[in-house]
Design a protein around this ligand. Structure first.
Ligand code: LMR
Length: 397
């Protein structure tokens, strides 16, 4: 039976990660997969994570099951991290949270919940969006459509085109939004644009499904959550998928959560019961380790301060790299304006070079980026940024 299966090409992002590892050239530069790196090119374990983990291992007495919705303390701490301590949805008892296997798991749970509630619902994603949004949201049977988002002429958001398209959607359409650090473009909505979007969502009865995977790596922990906080304060229903991969550096521990805001506490309880059933049927229970670490950090004043400080320095490093990249590229590509890189936020930017240039960069210069020209800014460092800019200068005409 299995002989009938076709062999599939590798995933575009994970395949690139493998190709980079296999390249033995010492000059190679990895701007592919979206993981944070320090100046030595490492993705370190954060200090607070290491300390929380050691304490956790010392005091853990059992590996017995937790529950389909995961660690209750983690879920409560994540609600406060994402929404802020005083958020009205918390007081109103309309928010429920399920721990998920990473942000991907949260996105899939949200899609399954939407399908359980409205199998005919259509999810609208930005053009472009993170490649893995497509299978995560559509493999359960939901239909996906696109709305315009990125303006390649300015490197910013094509807000008029975006709102024009969303304003034509039928009620009960689902709109996937990136809270901050848009993947793959780095082009984010401004606070005023979130407020306009709120009015639009309310007027057209749309359901926002917000992906927040980079909280703290764009403008700051509160700044990056402006959109989800606003929409959850004002709308009856919102889904928020959260990842702890990047801001806690817990990638392989698969740590995330799905927040569901419902119109009433009773409806919220019903949604959570559905999610518990969905999780049980997909993977039974989420992995505990990463969530236990995050819980320990967020509920300990000293660890939390250490984590927040390290996150601040990661964000600062990315901002400095953005400025440095613009400067270096101005010298090696004087006929092109790469100023947009400094205006964008988070780990990603579209370099805006042709497919042949992406290929040449990889094959001749060992500089790896996604086929669409997305670069991970955090992959740049003091000792490779000059080489990177020179390589781009050689392939850009
Ligand atoms: C990325 O966009 O590169 C990251 O989110 C990693 C992944 O799983 O694709």
């Amino acid at each position: 039976m299995l002989e009938l299966l076709d062999r599939l090409p590798p995933d575009p992002i994970l395949g690139l990660m493998a190709a980079f590892r296999a390249d033995s050239d010492p000059r190679k530069v990895d701007l592919g997969v979206g993981v944070y790196r320090d100046d030595a090119g490492e993705t370190p374990v954060m200090q607070a994570v290491r300390q929380a983990e050691q304490a956790l291992l010392a005091r853990q007495t059992t590996k017995s099951y937790v529950s389909a919705v995961g660690n209750a303390g983690f879920n409560a701490a994540m609600e406060r991290l994402v929404m802020g301590e005083e958020h009205p949805a918390l007081g109103a008892g309309r928010l429920r949270t399920i721990q998920a296997p990473g942000g991907c798991g949260a996105l899939r749970l949200g899609a399954e919940l939407i399908r359980a509630a409205a199998p005919e619902a259509v999810v609208h994603v930005s053009t472009p969006t993170w490649a893995n949004h497509v299978p995560l949201l559509s493999n359960c049977g939901l239909r996906l459509e696109r709305y315009p988002y990125f303006d390649s002429a300015t490197g910013g958001v094509a807000f008029d085109a975006m709102t024009g398209a969303l304003d034509r959607l039928p009620p009960r359409s689902v709109v996937l939004l990136h809270a901050s650090c848009h993947n793959p473009t780095g082009a984010d909505l401004e606070d005023g644009q979130w407020r306009e979007l709120l009015a639009l969502m309310r007027r057209r009865s749309l359901l926002p499904f917000i992906d927040i995977a980079y909280q703290g790596l764009g403008g700051g922990v509160a700044e990056d959550a402006y959109g989800p906080r606003l929409l959850c304060a004002e709308l009856p229903e919102v889904l928020v998928a959260v990842s702890c991969s990047k801001n806690f550096g817990l990638y392989r521990e698969r740590t995330g959560a799905l927040h569901v805001l419902s119109a009433t506490p009773g409806a919220a309880d019903a949604a959570l019961s559905q999610l518990a059933r969905i999780a049980r049927g997909l993977y039974s229970m989420p992995p505990d380790h990463g969530a236990a670490i995050v819980h320990a950090i967020l509920t300990d004043e000293r660890l939390r301060r250490s984590w927040a400080g390290e996150l601040d320095s990661m964000r600062l490093r990315i901002q400095q790299l953005r400025a440095a990249a613009v400067q270096r590229l101005a010298a090696t590509c004087p006929r092109r304006d790469f100023g947009f890189i400094a205006r964008q936020r988070g780990m990603f930017s579209y370099l805006g070079v042709e497919p042949h240039a992406v290929r040449e960069l990889r094959e001749r210069h060992h500089v790896y980026m996604l086929d669409d020209g997305r670069i991970n800014i955090a992959g740049l460092a003091r000792d490779n940024i000059g080489y990177f800019a020179e390589a781009v200068g050689k392939v850009v005409r």
